[in-house]
Design a protein around this ligand. Structure first.
Ligand code: HEM
Length: 671
């Protein structure tokens, strides 16, 4: 006698059954060889996969139950899995952003609404979609045009109508690729109020692969992904420093880390899909603290200013002792070097503390300017208005200096919120987990850090705020501006000191059940790669990757981005730019201050405040706040080998000895 389906399901649900497989009796198999009750069988396997197949290795039904029902359950080889229809959405059948919905256990429907496509799998283009497809140049062509023909661009840049039209197109075409309001998160692969309203999650631009799918990538690839440590060692780990051919420097590197760590603040206690940055964008919580409590600790409560200390006539952040705003420092860091700023982790790297100091000075400088204009304002209004001005300055610098540099465009980007006032555009943003993952640009980091006439290894550099006091900001800015950063794409350029961070990026992506690199390419309007060779642009890594992954459609997002063939002379490959730019521009322009009711002089204390935003630049930020106004940029000017002396006492420390992840985790569960 066979165990009735319902009973089996109940036993499974109660966690009893270690039932691996069930052998149908002849009576249950039709002449056509089909099971009479396939749904039941499938539902076990759905349940079984959910509870992890490894638990189902033996029959552990309680003896009594076994004899009672006289169930015939036999261990069979795993191939039985292959007979059972998986969740039909596992094969990701719906194309062109159509939404897959199961209808029963083995059927699905694609919702092609407003995709511009129709048909069972949303594959047939409507007329206008078809026309657009024919006329639209490929991203690589657009990139080529924007990065060549300098003379033509110089003319266009000076014709404001043309510049505005192109900039508007750049902003809308990129940000339309971002769901706004947000849709999925790492726990919800369908739309839900929970996913929309719970700000503690990062959102997702593609839903996670179902737990009931046959492979980690849905149906493609092997049942298990290759060892993440092996992936790092074979394809990501730096052999010899590869400088970025675009000339990106260390000044850019630390700006990137400083700027992004206001919205990439994973709540590791909850898991990789969760964030502690509920503002989901440029709110400058890394300067002012995430909570009101922390903000109040950091504020002077006079003239709108932040607390500070003067050392040798220059302004520096206060210490933790002064503010009581906790930071993460190892116990060996002396009290007077435990600076206290908005972001708890910024004691990690002197480059971060340098930027934290510069922005602190900028805040207090702007407070003075505003007070001149508004002697009638109280501390609160001066503080709040200054914060809005600094948000504006940040966005301006990020678009016109930072993104401008990264893009390599001869077209001059412009921060002008008015460009979007007549467009369909939502002033809101939700940070996506995938954006965080792709931003793990650790290949930017050099092997050692050169400041003035000193060279520091990672071990000497990390958690060493004395560097900032010894050299002063001026030398730091000058030196970081001169030192080259590493190329991000192309593989084999993650410094050994942070290889564990690269491994963690892969492991966490798996935990969040990311879809494949090719699914992400399709999501962002790129053609999927047809082969590993097309991905890497060479043969050696391609062959090894093929052996490990089995199928290009099973290649993972993060390692894929780092091994991708860079665009000629560029820091990134196509995928990083085409996925990263939409997230970035939507996050910047979706800021509240860019909305029509906010974007006017009165929001920023009048003309003077508005002017500070509209004339902001990296160079001006440095000039206004660093003694001697050292020249700076986000790229090296004359890449020349710096003659530096390695600090002999610790110079032979092996890089592999350093484990920043552990270092940090030991201090707290932050980062
Ligand atoms: C000396 C410099 C750096 C060190 C020691 C370092 C180390 C780390 C560590 C230990 C983590 C946590 C990894 C985990 O999830 O377990 C992390 C996360 C991260 N790093 Fe770095 N990193 C450095 C520079 C950079 C730079 C230049 C960037 C460029 C943007 C960057 C981007 C990120 C991002 C986006 C995260 C995720 C943050 C989060 O989710 O909270 N890092 N890094």
């Amino acid at each position: 006698m066979l165990l009735p389906c319902a009973l089996l399901a109940a036993l499974l649900a109660a966690g009893h059954a270690g039932v691996l497989f069930y052998v149908p009796r002849d009576s249950e198999v039709s002449a056509a060889g089909e099971l009479s009750d396939p749904l039941c069988v499938r539902s076990w396997f759905v349940a079984a996969r959910k509870q992890r197949a490894s638990q189902f290795v033996s029959l552990i039904l309680p003896g009594a139950a076994r004899s009672l029902v006289q169930v015939e359950l036999v261990l069979l080889p795993a191939l039985v899995f292959d007979f059972i229809p998986a969740n039909p959405c596992c094969s990701l059948p719906c194309q062109n952003r159509g939404v897959c919905m199961t209808t029963g256990f083995d059927r699905y429907e694609c919702d092609c609404t407003r995709t511009g496509y129709y048909g069972e799998n949303c594959t047939t283009p409507e007329f206008f979609t078809w026309l657009k497809l024919i006329l639209k140049p490929t991203p690589n062509t657009v990139h080529y045009i924007l990065t060549h023909f300098k003379g033509v661009w110089n003319i266009i840049n000076n014709i404001s109508f043309l510049r505005d039209t192109i900039m508007r197109y750049v902003l809308t075409s990129r940000s339309h690729l971002i769901d706004s309001p947000p849709t999925y998160n790492s726990d919800y692969s369908y739309k839900s109020w929970e996913a929309y309203s719970n700000l503690s999650y990062y959102t997702r631009s593609l839903p996670p692969v179902g737990h009931d799918c046959p492979t980690p990538m849905g149906v493609k690839g092997k049942k298990e992904l290759p060892d993440s440590k092996l992936i790092v060692e074979k394809f990501l780990l730096r052999r010899k420093f590869i400088p970025d051919p675009q000339g990106t420097n260390v000044m850019f590197t630390f700006f990137a880390q400083h700027f992004t760590h206001q919205f990439f603040k994973t709540d590791h206690k909850k898991g990789p899909g969760f964030t502690k940055a509920y503002g989901h964008g440029v709110d400058l919580n890394h300067i002012y603290g995430e909570t009101l409590e922390r903000q109040l600790k950091l504020r002077l409560r006079k003239d709108g200013k932040l607390k500070y200390q003067m050392i040798d006539g220059e302004m520096y952040p206060p210490t933790v002792k002064d503010t009581q705003a906790e930071m993460i420092y190892p116990p060996h860091v002396p009290e007077h070097l435990q600076f206290s700023v908005g972001q708890e982790v910024f004691g990690l790297v002197p480059g971060l503390m340098m930027y934290a100091t510069i922005w602190l000075r900028e805040h207090n400088r702007v407070c003075d300017v505003l007070k001149q204009e508004h002697p009638e304002w109280d501390d609160e209004q001066l503080f709040q208005t200054t914060r809005l001005i600094l948000i504006g300055e940040t966005i301006k610098i990020v678009i016109e200096d930072y993104v401008q540099h990264l893009s390599g465009y001869h077209f001059k980007l412009k921060f002008d919120p008015e460009l979007l006032f007549n467009q369909r555009f939502q002033y809101q943003n939700r940070i996506a987990a995938e954006f965080n993952t792709l931003y793990h640009w650790h290949p930017l980091l050099p092997d050692t850090f050169q400041i003035h006439n000193q060279e520091y290894t990672f071990q000497q550099f990390l958690y060493n705020n004395s560097i900032m006091l010894e050299h002063g900001l001026s030398h730091m800015v000058k030196s970081f501006s001169k030192q080259s950063a590493g190329r991000v794409a192309g593989g084999k350029n993650v410094p050994a000191a942070v290889q564990k961070v690269a491994k963690a990026s892969i492991d966490q992506s798996r935990q969040m059940r990311y879809q494949s690199l090719n699914e992400y390419r399709k999501r962002f309007m790129l053609k999927p790669f047809k082969s590993f060779e097309e991905l890497t642009g060479e043969k050696e890594m391609a062959a090894e990757l093929e052996e490990l992954y089995g199928d290009i459609d099973a290649m993972e997002l993060y390692p894929g981005l780092l091994v991708e063939k860079p665009r000629p002379g560029a820091i990134f490959g196509e995928t990083m730019v085409e996925i990263g730019a939409p997230f970035s521009l939507k996050g910047l322009m979706g800021n509240t201050i860019c909305s029509p009711e906010y974007w006017k002089p009165s929001t920023f204390g009048g003309k003077v405040g508005f002017e500070i935003i509209n004339t902001a630049s990296l160079q001006k930020l440095i000039c206004n706040n660093v003694k001697g106004c050292p020249f700076t940029a986000f790229h090296v000017l004359n890449p020349e080998p710096t003659e530096a002396t390695i600090n002999v006492s610790t110079s032979n420390t092996a890089m592999e000895d350093i484990n920043p992840t552990l270092l940090l985790k030991e201090q707290s569960a932050e980062l």
